[in-house]
Design a protein around this ligand. Structure first.
Ligand code: P53
Length: 474
């Protein structure tokens, strides 16, 4: 038993959180570039503080990030040294189409990713490409308001067309949108949407979600047409919702929370709007405007596999029950009294991963892929400059054990596991550098200083062993 022989072990990153070099190679500006670190970040990413340019009053961590743009060869060599079978990365849309609506792609941008894929090939690493990881060109936000407009579908498909054809010989695993359900929680970061006063935010978010869902189905069709070997996955931020107590009101609220997230996967994997969503959206007057043919498109082009991020479970209490909130996360959750918490207040729940895997597999019966999981922590190098991150090893070990049980004892079909951020990079939620997830330490500090040098943490050697033994030695 154990994991299948071709189990895809690896790590996952996102362009804007690691590349930097945002003014190089003919790249244009994107929503993710103008999300500042610091206290305004929350309002910007949720679409409540309009920011479409950089100003002098804020710090923008994407500008340099960890400068992967100039270090990718070294970084991928280190991934190779850990024995990665797969590297999940995302394409910065504005490297390919700087404003989003050009006819011809930017060759320099295409060249950059081609070099990345060639580098991966040297070490036998398969790329898993997220087409849009929270990425939307500012040009398209200014002209069309981001994903609130239907026109976005065509621009996105134009990008897909270029990627599928140009990288046909390098890539067969694709994800259409990172954490597609994040559009409900951080619509500017997720979909380039900011709100004007008095707008019906719910309606705009679900309309934009519909556009992304149609775009995802059409991209799936295109991927299969370009190369029948292509495998396309959806991707959502998972983590089962537990009822705070067995009080029916708590159970009901938890069920609704899960449905809010499963809605996206239901459409992408089953091919239609689930009845609970249709009914609820209609009742709230926010059912999206659809075009003739949309339902058919969704029906005919479901995804091949389901991928998700898992950091923690959620714990849901009925409104007005006065339960203490767990902090530090964009997803609302009560504080689960049975769990420990990370330095950022995120619950730590390995069994929750087994529960989540079972629930998703029961629901869809399609292969699953865990494409993000990890512990954000402050790492302090010791006197020899080494990071002994036993806390990270402990977190990952317990989660990998849980997923192993799900595979061995529950029969869940799992394609692979990519931990989040095998190399330290910028946090999406907070914009911080000091929230580190990596096996590889990057000498870049919160104030932006540092040599950018890379070094192996203790977890680097641990993960290498895990991969080498296909998860037998943990
Ligand atoms: P950071 C919140 C909740 C769940 C997943 O997050 C999230 C977020 C955003 O903070 O995003 C995913 O960096 C996302 C990654 C992100 C990672 O989780 O805030 O796909 O881009 O970096 C971890 O600690």
């Amino acid at each position: 038993m154990g994991f299948q022989n071709n189990f895809l072990w690896g790590g996952a990153t996102a362009a804007n959180q690691c590349e930097g070099g945002i003014f190089e190679g003919g790249r244009g500006l994107a929503n993710v570039d103008v999300c500042p670190s610091g206290s305004d970040r929350g309002a910007v990413i949720t679409g409540h503080l309009k920011m479409l340019e950089m100003d002098d009053a804020h710090v923008y961590p994407a500008i340099e990030a960890i400068d992967h743009y100039h270090h990718f060869k070294e970084d991928i060599r280190l991934f190779g040294e850990m024995g990665f079978k797969v590297y999940r990365l995302s394409i910065a849309w504005t490297r390919i189409f700087p404003h989003g609506d050009e006819e011809e792609p930017n060759e320099e941008g295409l060249q950059f990713y081609k070099e990345i894929f060639e580098e991966c090939r040297k070490y036998g690493i398969q790329p898993l490409v997220t087409i849009s990881h929270f990425d939307c060109p500012i040009g398209l936000i200014k002209k069309y308001g981001g994903w609130r407009s239907r026109e976005m579908i065509d621009f996105y498909l134009h990008l897909c067309d270029v990627l599928f054809n140009r990288y046909k010989d390098y890539v067969t695993y694709w994800l259409t949108f990172n954490e597609i359900n994040m559009i409900l929680h951080a619509p500017f970061m997720g979909a380039g949407i900011y709100f004007e006063d008095g707008e019906n935010e719910e309606r705009i978010k679900y309309q934009a979600a519909h556009h992304e869902l149609v775009a995802s189905a059409l991209a799936t069709r295109m991927a299969h047409e370009v190369n029948p070997e292509n495998k396309v996955g959806c991707m959502f931020a998972a983590g089962s919702a537990y009822p705070y107590t067995c009080k029916p009101e708590d159970v009901w609220e938890a069920l609704k929370t899960d449905q809010e997230n499963y809605f996206f996967v239901d459409v992408q994997a089953r091919g239609y709007y689930p009845s609970y969503a249709s009914a609820r959206l209609a009742k709230n007057g926010v059912f999206p405007v659809m075009e003739p043919g949309d339902k058919e498109i969704l029906k005919r082009h479901p995804v091949d596999f389901i991928s998700f991020s898992y950091y923690n479970s959620r714990c849901i209490a009925a409104p007005g029950s006065g339960r203490e909130e767990a902090g530090g996360n964009l997803f609302k959750s009560a504080k689960n009294p049975y769990l420990d918490f990370s330095e950022w207040g995120w619950p730590i729940d390995p069994l929750g991963l087994r529960i989540t895997l079972n629930q998703i597999y029961d629901r869809y019966q399609k292969p699953l892929f865990i494409v993000e999981n990890g512990l954000g922590a402050v790492d302090i190098p010791n006197e020899n400059g080494e990071v002994e991150d036993d806390y990270r090893i402990d977190y990952l070990r317990r989660h990998i054990r849980a997923m192993k049980t799900a595979v061995e004892e529950d029969g869940v079909e799992l394609m692979g596991y990519t931990s989040w951020a095998p190399i330290d990079l910028i946090s999406a939620g907070s914009g911080e550098m000091r929230k580190r997830y990596g096996f590889i330490y990057v000498d870049k500090q919160e104030d932006g200083k540092g040599t950018l040098s890379r070094s192996r943490k203790k977890s680097f050697y641990w993960y290498r062993k895990v991969i080498e033994t296909n998860g037998e030695v943990l």
